[in-house]
Design a protein around this ligand. Sequence first.
Ligand code: EPZ
Length: 414
Amino acid sequence: MDKILIHGGRRLSGSIKVSGSKNSSLPILAATLLTREPCVVHGVPDLSDTNYMLQILAHLGAQVERASGTVTVTAGKIHCVAPYDVVRKMRASVCVLGPLLGRCKEASVALPGGCVIGDRPIDLHLKGFEALGSAVRVEGGDIKVCAQIDMQGKFGPTVLGTDNVIMAAVLADGVTVIEGAACEPEVVDLANFLNKMGAKIAGAGTDRIVIEGVRELHGAEHRVIPDRIEAGTFLVAGAIAGDGVTVKRVDPEHVCAVTDALAKCGYAVDIAGDSISVLPNGDASALEIVTEPYPGFPTDMQAQMCALLSTNRGTSSVTENIFPQRYMHVAELKRMGAELRLEGATAVIEGVDSLLGAPVMASDLRASAALVLAGLKADGVTEVSRVYHIDRGYEHLDEKLQELGAHIERVKSE
Ligand code: EPZ
């Protein structure tokens, strides 16, 4: 397994271009199953997760071609069974359920496995499918209502659950109303792609989405939105070890919770069109953060902020409302001299003057990124093992950081 070595203390400067969104690409690639015609998706990042989704589509019978960031999928003739050995590696595989239901009116997908960031149930997905199945027909009325579905769970709305029900409903007979829908930009991106395919979806980006079923969908061409979590990760890199880092090709609205948080700490954030720059602040202060569904502070940026706040003066707190156990990074940051303690779903962070490089272990995608960020700031060398976690969701993270001046190298394991 590869390792990443970060020789801390180097200052970063310059700019990087954000790749296409992983969390937009996955449901959009799954949505190509909804038509027999070719779909062309641009800006699909070269990640193990997106490549794994392409393997699943091929396993289901679709023709898949990738040319750099452009993927062409033709799901001419598909079957509707995705067995465990195909879906076990990636929880997001669950988002093929909706399009298979929509296209084949049946689907068999192995339950996704566990996940280190916490319990990953799909009860809300299934509740949505059941509601679709129990279509309420207003006999003699003008419209057959498919279903009224509430996608709110105790931790807020479900992103992939909203995606799944949308994809199952676009070919259903009648109108489906989703209440308590997720409002993430990736849901909007999926709805935009589906509407290009001929779907009739209104309200994406709000908590009430109305889908009027159509008979069939046609092929479409689409470019996925920039990855707001990659953008946020590089903005934190600029804050923790930068002398002026600019992130290009990002939608500032999608990252405003992160830029607001950085500004509150005292970092100067400059937004110009689709570029955002963050300037250093030697006396950045503490902060209280609570993760929430979009447009609140994203859970996928929680670990990265823990790394940053570990080196800001004062006592900070981070409360994780989406995945309360998502703190695999805390023990590893403590190995580097950070002072954090967990109080339930809240991490209390005492800022320290410096961190010390150490061998640390990646555990999940965003925790791994947090360890790399801490390594940029730390004195000495930080060795992050199991970097396959990073490769799941960041396209060439180490190379992009090198472009900014980091002394970072990937050590191929034997
Ligand atoms: C998406 O996961 C993202 N993944 C996650 O990003 C992200 O952390 C998460 O949304 C929250 O923003 C992709 O888009 C591929 P959820 P998803 O269903 O949709 C509970 C990353 O690092 N829940 O919105 O699977 C669940 O336990 C990944 O890129 C139910 O209770 O997450 C959680 O507490 C990690 N029942 C909350 O809802 C359900 O049926 C939000 O989960 C579904 C979810």
